[in-house]
Design a protein around this ligand. Structure first.
Ligand code: IMP
Ligand code: MG
Length: 177
């Protein structure tokens, strides 16, 4: 079997590159919130792998929680409609919330999510995303911590899916077309 037979798509970022970036961002978050607690909100399901990497690198007291919002149907086209399918389990009032997201594409999901959470009066809200596709942005929203900015490519792996598949790939790659 040749070396690349098992690779799905064209690799953009390896596991090592992503882990290195997570360590840098985790160190930055630890510095920015020194002496405070952070409340990490992972967006299921895409952000699970990135969330694991980030939380290991945060030295502040940390709580984690998860939320499920969806703006996508199946396939690669956005429906533009955001729904909260599973809300947080904990109370974020007075807390330093950091939303951990897999990718900011049009920004529709995050804008909705941020406003939805801001209504509960946390002390602060920031966004930490693995990937950013700025050229696709429709909603006015930016992440505070960005792993990597990418071109307009449909990417899979490291939590990201195509029709619920490929989330388990230990790298980020893109599919042609
Ligand atoms: P937005 O609301 O358009 O920003 O969409 C954000 C969500 O769409 C992300 O959290 C992903 O779940 C999904 N998404 C956007 N672009 C991609 C991609 O290139 N690959 C896989 N999922 C994507
Ligand atoms: Mg997502």
């Amino acid at each position: 079997m040749s070396e690349n037979t098992d690779t799905m798509g064209t690799i953009l970022f390896t596991k090592e590159q992503i882990e290195t970036r997570a360590a840098e961002i985790g160190a930055q978050i630890s510095k920015d919130y020194e002496g405070e607690e952070v409340y990490l909100v992972g967006t299921l399901r895409g952000a699970v792998v990135w969330m694991g990497d980030i939380m290991k690198n945060i030295t502040c007291d940390t709580e984690i929680d998860f939320i499920v919002a969806s703006s996508y149907g199946s396939g690669t086209t956005s429906s533009g409609v955001v729904k909260i399918k599973k809300d947080l389990d904990g109370d974020i009032y007075g807390k330093n919330v950091i939303i951990i997201e897999d990718i900011v594409d049009t920004g529709t999901t995050l804008k909705y999510l941020k406003e939805h959470l801001a209504d509960r009066n946390p002390k602060s809200i920031r966004i930490c995303t693995l990937l950013d596709k700025p050229s696709r942005r429709i909603a006015e929203i930016d992440a505070d911590y960005v792993g990597f900015s990418i071109e307009n490519l449909f990417v899979i792996g490291y939590g990201l899916d195509y029709d619920q598949k490929y989330r388990n790939l230990p790298y980020i790659s893109y599919l042609e077309g």
